[in-house]
Design a protein around this ligand. Structure first.
Ligand code: URA
Length: 208
């Protein structure tokens, strides 16, 4: 797919998502927070769902978690425009509660299509929700993080959600830096991807 094709397909998908009413989250949203960054990115980040600032501005990770994410990117020699950032759910859960299994199910098609279009070499999952969705695991992020998981010819590197680092302090920040360095090293080695379609993510019973 050419860069122009990617841009156009993402534009169409965003248009579709902007009108989505597939789950109850559409009722309280200000904007659909589709995703942001380079459609040619080698590295894609997946968070959980928009918070208040993201909902207001229509962009992912623009609040305190986002500021920390930008700092972490700088620490490993990256900038936000070079990567692509999306979330498991595209509309803000009320009061910033966790997204529910049926909401994740309703929204996951958009994420999988984003992954197909951008086709990043490495996906960094931020926290439990995106890690469990992609890697079909019940294991929590503390045990999953810091390792490379093969994922349909690409690679997933789970790390903590930035909100966890904001809550828990410098030790978690340093662990996240180390995980991002690992993700960058995978890109630098440029392993040849095995052509494959990203899978349907697992059913979300594990979130219940
Ligand atoms: N937390 C997330 O998971 N995503 C955002 O976009 C912002 C905060």
């Amino acid at each position: 797919m050419t860069s122009e094709d990617r841009a156009e397909r993402l534009r169409l998908l965003q248009e579709e998502a902007s009108a989505c009413t597939s789950c109850r989250l559409h009722e309280g949203r200000t904007t659909v927070v589709f995703g942001d960054g380079s459609h040619d990115a080698d590295l894609m980040f997946i968070g959980e769902g928009p918070g208040q600032h993201e909902d207001e501005q229509g962009l992912p990770f623009v609040g305190r978690s986002g500021q920390l994410l930008s700092t972490l990117l700088e620490r490993v020699g990256l900038s936000r425009p070079e990567v692509y950032i999306a979330n498991v759910v595209k509309c803000r859960p009320p009061g910033n509660r966790d997204p529910r299994p049926d909401e994740i199910d309703a929204c996951k098609g958009y994420l999988i299509e984003q992954l197909r279009i951008i086709d990043p070499a490495v996906v960094v999952t931020l926290g439990n929700f995106s890690t469990k969705l992609l890697l079909k695991t019940e294991t929590g992020i503390t045990r999953m993080r810091g390792q490379i998981y093969p994922w349909w010819g690409r690679h997933v590197v789970p790390t903590f959600h930035p909100a966890a680092a904001l809550r828990n302090g410098p030790r978690v920040v340093e662990e996240m830096v180390s995980d991002l360095q690992l993700a960058v090293s995978v890109i630098e080695q440029r392993p040849e991807p095995v052509p494959a379609e990203p899978p349907e993510p697992q059913q979300t019973a594990m979130f219940s």
